[in-house]
Write a protein that binds this ligand. Structure first.
Ligand code: GDP
Ligand code: MN
Length: 410
């Protein structure tokens, strides 16, 4: 969704990288791996991680803590960022304390997602937290490797406030990440020279994993320098492009749908591309480009879109109903704007779909509908007969939707 348009200044690119990363974390078109799954991959690629295992019960957590001797960290396995700040990471001193804390976190919700499993790991003494990540720069059609000496939970802030602290290098896909590039990164973020070699190995191995898995993101944050002077991947995040999943059947089986936001799972089932956002105007559009344009116009007219939703071609009643359910399940949605361009999809067919869907999904939320293209007059007649508000142009539709925000309270 985000393109790296202006690569003129360091600030622009850091900002674009941050936005791209943020989008990739919320896009449904990625399979997100749990931390423990990412770490299994790290181990396959010889990237050092702390010792530890998964626990599903407090008793298991205690047992693992006993095996590990000493302080351990309990880490909630939920597919959201910022678990630390949300209380999903706990440092405990003894097996008994591990059991007690585990019983508190298991079953709790972190950012709305239930915690079913904990990763119980040896606690690491941290000297420095580094960021190391790889993402795809679509504009340049190459992998972008990013590193920062100031990794950890505030990396997004670092990217925004002090972009000069983020080092980056693009990788020629035919050459792969080169030793010297990794070394340059190590030098640029000023880690001790004694660790350059180890850092280089980790970067090259992570790059290989990123390529092999068709990952859109492979990230170690933090990659820590321990008080003993070793490099260890303390946290991992891997996102795999949905479109490449067929090449990785083993990964596909690992997909943890139960831990993904339910609307997105639901959307995927019906072949809809859905991304939730912050606003109050629900959008249902056919075609990704038109969906973006619709969101832009809403924003331009002073409104706030609640989501991106592309219902794709052939907007059948089934799909329209599914899309409507998803939109209306969001309590923030106060009005729904439907914008359909009829090409092969006929407007009258879509209008029938909308009518049928509204009969099934009862709601007080007002709808504004703009149909254009094949059989548009017929479509509009069907909607008017059903007492639905129709618009001729997109800007008119946006204005009508904005005017209806706040007219119905749940
Ligand atoms: P996130 O909040 O979901 O990104 O979870 P992380 O696994 O990155 O942990 C967040 C923060 O908790 C890290 O940046 C560390 O500061 C801290 N942390 C995690 N594991 C350990 C550990 O073993 N020892 C210490 N001292 N701190 C840890
Ligand atoms: Mn982290």
């Amino acid at each position: 969704m985000t393109t790296l348009t202006d690569r003129g200044t360091k600030k622009d690119t850091a900002q674009a990288w941050y936005n791209g990363l943020h989008n990739s974390l919320t896009s449904p078109e990625q399979m997100r791996l749990h931390e423990y799954q990412s770490k299994e991959i790290f181990t396959d690629y010889h990237i050092p991680i702390p010792q530890g295992r998964l626990a599903a019960t407090p008793e298991e957590a205690k047992l693992i803590a006993e095996e590990l001797h000493g302080a351990v960290v309990l880490k909630a396995q939920v597919l959201v960022g910022g678990r630390g700040k949300a209380g999903g990471i706990r440092l405990v001193r003894s097996p008994d304390e591990a059991e007690e804390e585990a019983s508190k976190i298991l079953g709790q919700r972190i950012k709305g997602l239930p915690v079913r499993r904990l990763l119980v790991e040896e606690a690491i003494n941290i000297q420095q937290e580094i960021y190391l990540g790889m993402t795809v720069d679509r504009q340049r059609a190459e992998t972008l490797v990013i590193a920062s000496a100031e990794g950890g939970v505030n990396i997004e802030q670092v990217a925004q406030v002090s972009p000069e602290k983020i080092a980056r290098v693009g990788v020629d896909p035919l050459l792969g990440l080169r030793d010297f590039q990794a070394r340059n990164l190590a030098a640029e973020i000023e880690i001790p020279r004694a660790l350059w070699r180890a850092f280089g190995m980790i970067a090259l191995n992570l790059y290989q994993a990123h390529q092999d898995l068709d990952a859109s993101l492979a990230e170690i944050n933090p990659l820590v320098i321990t008080s003993g002077g070793r490099l260890v991947a303390l946290d991992g995040k891997v996102l795999v492009d949905d479109n490449a999943l067929f090449r990785h059947p083993a990964l596909f089986d690992k997909r943890d749908i139960s831990a993904e936001p339910t609307e997105e799972t639901e959307a995927r089932k019906f072949g809809l591309a859905y991304i939730k956002m912050e606003g109050d105007i629900g959008c249902m559009v056919n075609g990704a480009g038109l969906a973006m344009a619709t969101m832009d116009i809403i924003q331009h007219k002073g409104g706030r879109p609640a989501n991106f939703l592309d219902i794709g071609g052939g907007a059948s009643a089934d799909r329209v109903t599914a899309a409507m359910r998803i939109l209306l399940a969001d309590p923030q949605v106060q009005v729904v704007l439907i914008n359909i361009f009829g090409g092969i999809t006929r407007c009258d067919e879509v209008a029938q779909g909308i009518k049928a869907a509204l009969e099934e999904v009862e709601t007080a939320v007002p709808f504004v509908i703009r149909l254009a293209g094949t059989n548009e007059a017929e479509g509009r007649r069907i909607l008017a007969d059903a007492n639905l508000a129709t618009a001729y142009t997109l800007s008119e539709a946006a204005e009508m939707a904005i005017a209806r925000v706040g007219t119905v309270t749940a």
